[in-house]
Design a protein around this ligand. Structure first.
Ligand code: SF4
Ligand code: SF4
Length: 427
C-alpha cells in the first residue's frame, strides 16, 4: 500500500505503529491463504487489489466523500437495511470484526468469555486500528444477540452509536409493527444525520442498487453449484466480505465480470479442484474479514467449500429483492420489514427454518457434508448446533460441529478433525 496514505491515517487518529504491525501481519497470511492457490479465476485480481488497499483507496474515497459533506454510516449486521442508508445519501460500510489482533484491547473493557467477533469489532475502535471506524459519522447497531447489544453501550462512549430494536419473534404481526416503527425511527435518524429527506425516488434508486448487489452475489452462488467447482470457497467468501464495504456499483460491475469468467469455466469443465473433491457446506456464525481460518483448513485438506449458510453467505441472499415500484415511503418500509424478516439468524426464535435452509443448500450444491461453525461464547449458534447437526444426520447428511475462535492455537486440532471428516466423506 502506498506510503502516501500515512498522512491520512495520522489525520484519522490511527496508532501508526500498531497499524504498521497490523498491515505487515496481514500480508503473509494473504499470501499463504489466497495467493498460493492454483488455477484461480483471473477476475479475482480485483479483489486481491481491494485487499491490498484495504485501509488505503476505499478509505481515501470515504474521506473525500466526507470532505464534500457526505456522511458514512457503519453497521455490523444484515438487519440494518442498506437501502435506507443509501436513500439518505450516505455511504454504508460493514465494520469487520474478523481479526484476532484487536481482541486484547477489547478485553480491557469486555469480558473474555464473549464471542471473538464482538471483541474484535470493539477492539478495532479502541485500539485506534480501524480507519473505517475513524471515518464513521454514525454506527448503527441492533438488538440481535445479548453480547453485541451490551457492547454497543460501551461503544457509544467512543463513537456516535444508534441501536435499532429488532424483534426476536420476527414473523408475528406485532413484531412486524414494531419493526416498521423502528425503521421509521432509523429513517428519521438518517435524515437528521445527513440533512437529506428520504423520498420515494431516492428509495427506488437505493433499492435498485442493493437488489443488484444481492443479485450478482446470487449469480456467484449459482456458479458454485457446478462440478468441478469453478471457484474456491475461500475466494467466494472473500467476494462476499468485500461486498460489505466496497462501492456497491463498482462491486456489481467487477463481480459481473467474475461471474462471466466462472460461466466460461463451467462450460469448459474447468475447476479449482478435481471433480470428485468432497463438497462442503459451512453453516453457522458469520465470518468477517480477515477470518478465513475454517475455509483454509477445509480447502487445504482436499475438499472445497461450495456454500455458506451464514450472514457472509446465503443468509444475506435470503433477503429477497424489494419491489422498486412501491408508491410511498411507508410502502417501501413495509416491503423492507417483509424482506428482512426472512433472515434465519439464530438470535431469533423459534428459527426452525434454518435447518431447512441448510438441507436445501446441501441438495442444491450437491454437497457431501456440513460443518457447523460456532464461534466460542456465541450462545445462539451453539444452542442451535445440536439441532442442526442432529436434523442433518437424521436425513443421512454427514455433519460435524466445531467451535473455535480467531487464534491459531487450535489449528492443528481442527485440521485433524476436518481431515478425518473429509476422509470419511471420500469412502
Ligand atoms: S448472525 Fe444474526 S446477529 Fe449476526 S450478523 Fe447475522 S443476522 Fe446479524
Ligand atoms: S457470532 Fe454469535 S455471539 Fe457473536 S455477534 Fe454473532 S450472534 Fe452474537
Amino acid at each position: 500500500m502506498s506510503d502516501g496514505y500515512r498522512e491520512m491515517w495520522k489525520e484519522l487518529g490511527l496508532d501508526l505503529e500498531r497499524h504498521d504491525a497490523l498491515l505487515a501481519s496481514l500480508l503473509p497470511v494473504y499470501q499463504e491463504v489466497y495467493l498460493s492457490q492454483k488455477n484461480r479465476p483471473k477476475s479475482m485480481g480485483y479483489y486481491d487489489f481491494v485487499v491490498s488497499e484495504i485501509h488505503g483507496l476505499r478509505v481515501k474515497e470515504l474521506v473525500d466523500f466526507r470532505k464534500k459533506g457526505g456522511k458514512v454510516v457503519s453497521t455490523f449486521c444484515l438487519y440494518v437495511p442498506e437501502e435506507l442508508v443509501i436513500a439518505a445519501g450516505a455511504v454504508q460500510v460493514g465494520l469487520c470484526g474478523g481479526a484476532n489482533t484487536t481482541i486484547e484491547y477489547a478485553e480491557r473493557d469486555l469480558p473474555r468469555n464473549l464471542c471473538p467477533l464482538i471483541k474484535s469489532s470493539y477492539g478495532f475502535k479502541i485500539s485506534a486500528l480501524c480507519p473505517y471506524f475513524a471515518v464513521s459519522d454514525l454506527i448503527v447497531g441492533e438488538t440481535t444477540c445479548d453480547g453485541k447489544k451490551k457492547m454497543y453501550e460501551f461503544l457509544s462512549r467512543h463513537a456516535p452509536t444508534y441501536v435499532v430494536e429488532v424483534p426476536h419473534k420476527p414473523n408475528t404481526e406485532h413484531a412486524k409493527m414494531l419493526w416498521f416503527e423502528e425503521l421509521k425511527l432509523l429513517k428519521d435518524k438518517l435524515e437528521e444525520l445527513t440533512g437529506n429527506k428520504i423520498t420515494v425516488e431516492k428509495l427506488r434508486n437505493a433499492v435498485n442498487i442493493v437488489n443488484e448487489k444481492r443479485n450478482v452475489l446470487r449469480k456467484l452462488f449459482e456458479a458454485r453449484k457446478a462440478r468441478p467447482s469453478p471457484i474456491s470457497g475461500k475466494d467466494a467468501i472473500l467476494v462476499t466480505q468485500i461486498s460489505f464495504y466496497d462501492d456497491p456499483r463498482r462491486f456489481v460491475e467487477k463481480t459481473e465480470e467474475l461471474v462471466r469468467e466462472l460461466e466460461e469455466r463451467i462450460k469448459n469443465k474447468e475447476g479449482v479442484v478435481d471433480e470428485d473433491a468432497p463438497r462442503i457446506v459451512i453453516s453457522g456464525c458469520p465470518m468477517a474479514i480477515p477470518n478465513w481460518k475454517l475455509h483454509h483448513i477445509i480447502e487445504s485438506s482436499g475438499a472445497v467449500v461450495v456454500a455458506e449458510e451464514s450472514c457472509t453467505g446465503s443468509r444475506y441472499l435470503s433477503i429477497e429483492s424489494i419491489n422498486a415500484n412501491a408508491k410511498s415511503v411507508d410502502e417501501f418500509l413495509r416491503a423492507m420489514v417483509d424482506a428482512y424478516s426472512n433472515i434465519h439468524c439464530a438470535c431469533f426464535t423459534p428459527n426452525d427454518e434454518r435447518v431447512n435452509d441448510v438441507v436445501k443448500l446441501v441438495k442444491e450444491f450437491s454437497a457431501d457434508g456440513v460443518i457447523h461453525y460456532n464461534l466460542h461464547s456465541c450462545h445462539p449458534y451453539s444452542v442451535e448446533a445440536n439441532k442442526v447437526t442432529r436434523a442433518l444426520k437424521e436425513k443421512g447428511i454427514p455433519a460435524i460441529s466445531i467451535e473455535t475462535d480467531y487464534s491459531q492455537e487450535d489449528v492443528g486440532q481442527l485440521t485433524t478433525r476436518v481431515e478425518a471428516f473429509i476422509e470419511m466423506l471420500k469412502k
